[in-house]
Design a protein around this ligand. Sequence first.
Ligand code: DP6
Length: 319
Amino acid sequence: MTVATAQAHPNIALVKYWGKADTAANLPATGSLSMTLDIFPTTTTVRTTDDHADRVVLNGVERDGTVRERVVRFLDHVRGLAGRDDRAEVVSWNTVPSAAGLASSASGFAALAQAASEAYGLHLDTRALSRLARRGSGSAARSIIPRFAVWHAGDDERSFAEPVEAPAIEMVIATVDAGEKAVSSREAMKRTALTSPFYPAWITSTAQTLESALEACRAGDLDRLGRITETNALRMHAVIQGSDPSIRYLTPVSWSIFDAVARLRAEGLRAWATADAGPNVCVICPPEDTAVVAERIGALAEVVVARPGPGSASREPAA
Ligand code: DP6
């Protein structure tokens, strides 16, 4: 019996991942760029056992059904790599408001990848760990990496995330609705690819957008990166809305935050909005503008400030 504990944080994409080239290995149709947060960590302990079945306990509640199946499938992959077939108990504590578009699957599968690979005796480098986390949830590949990450499109060998330098930014996260979303991102991503007529244009433009974003990062050009971030998020929501049946994640409150961010810019502040597959809106800005942005957006929704955070890391198992 071996036990390992690991912690990972969510990440928010500045250039979004929305579409797969391969569902089995979870290969993205395009690369993406993200900031790993310093808040809302997930802490996961994996203990190998002599039991005949895996146990999955999330936030103190034993899970069955699709949540458990997804974890078991992931553990099966880890066991395959390790050449072992003993079962495990997974105990995970998640501080992200679950399934509200704040990427709890990213921190969840990043922490699970690190803890499970250690519990099963795999010694993976950062790149292999990112590739492993990717199989659980695409965006988890990026939560392995501290601060800013680019996750490459490519085959199984080449599709990992790695660090990139980016201009100094902080993020004001507005929680518009912390409830469970109606259509999961996995389902919505599939529906978009199958039914949205804008999907091919989204894929070609996002590949170019990522190149421009990386150029902006290299040049330390926050204004360009900010503009790219907001436009890319709106394009993602447009391609999603083009699905049949249509899916809308942004609510009137979400839109009012995008409008407020545009007003802040008109006043000379540097702030740009983005949103994942949910109604919450994340606003990036340089550190000197964070207080004003948080105050202004705080009038519309509950806000919390995040800074660039750590990559996944081993922890001492709880007693
Ligand atoms: C909108 O990583 O949750 O947050 O790979 O199917 O698990 P799966 O999808 P997931 O999708 C994240 C989508 C997004 C954009 C992003 O994080 O890049």
